[in-house]
Design a binder for this molecule. Structure first.
Ligand code: HPA
Length: 241
């Protein structure tokens, strides 16, 4: 059984001694998971958008993804999420730990419990993101001298379009810090299946209408470079600790 998984991590398969792809079938569909052996321990890697980033955020089969992880025995999940920032404290390239979410998705399945045989379950969302996994992540980042800029509330939009300036203004007023299109329902489904889940955001851009003057696309690409690999390596260290 594989107890540990990383969602969205990239570019680090070569840290392992061996890796192979496993096809896991679930009642929601088939999922390909990369299994990588590191220091004798197997870690599951799940590319959220499928191989080659081919599925847009609103069409990702989140239920198949999360059920596949559950079926192979996963208990602990670290996920990277690319996010836009609407908080001036967080600039492109920064690493931010997600502590809560607001759901503004509109048209995607968001639960395993749809009544009938499956029943009706109202899952508690007091702590959607696992505090223990976060704590270990902070410790490892500190040890490896990787700066974590802060914590934030994640606003999930339906996409695939970006937000309007008015929408971002509204999310800011409501208390959001970063915006993305994929963490809902991923975090909810993990909780429904009893898996501990933590998400770490990498700021890829300023949200619509909040970009301070003077930044350019070029700056942003420079700031982002290598961050996903750094965070994924921290996840691996957190699992190995
Ligand atoms: N909005 C929504 N999702 C995103 C963004 C954004 O600005 N950046 C990365 N994912």
């Amino acid at each position: 059984m594989m107890e540990k998984a990383i969602i969205g991590g990239t570019g680090v398969y070569d840290v392992g001694e061996e890796s192979y792809t496993k096809k896991v079938s679930t009642e929601y569909g088939e999922v390909e998971i990369e299994l990588v052996k590191i220091d004798g321990e197997e870690i599951a890697f799940l590319p959220r958008h499928g191989k080659g980033h081919s599925v847009p955020p609103h069409l990702i089969n989140y239920r198949a993804n999360m059920m596949a992880l559950k079926n192979i025995g996963v208990k602990y999940i670290y996920a990277t999420v690319a996010v836009g920032s609407m908080n001036e404290k967080y600039t492109p390239g920064d690493i931010v730990v997600i502590t809560d979410f607001m759901d503004f998705t509109k048209a995607r399945p968001i639960t395993f419990y749809e009544g009938g045989e499956k029943g009706v379950i109202h899952t508690d969302m007091t702590n959607p993101y696992c505090e223990n996994l976060r704590e270990v992540f902070y410790r490892v980042a500190n040890r490896e001298n990787v700066e974590i800029k802060g914590e934030g509330t994640y606003v999930c939009t339906e996409g695939p379009r970006f937000e309007t300036a008015s929408e971002i203004n509204m999310y800011k007023i409501l208390g959001g810090d970063v915006v993305g299109m994929t963490n809902v329902p991923e975090v909810i489904l993990a909780k429904e299946l009893g898996m501990c889940y933590a998400a770490v955001g990498i700021i890829s851009n300023w949200c619509t209408g909040v970009e301070p003057s003077g930044t350019t696309i070029h700056d942003i690409q420079g700031a982002m470079k290598g961050k996903k690999e750094i965070v994924t390596k921290l996840f691996i260290s957190a699992f190995m600790k």
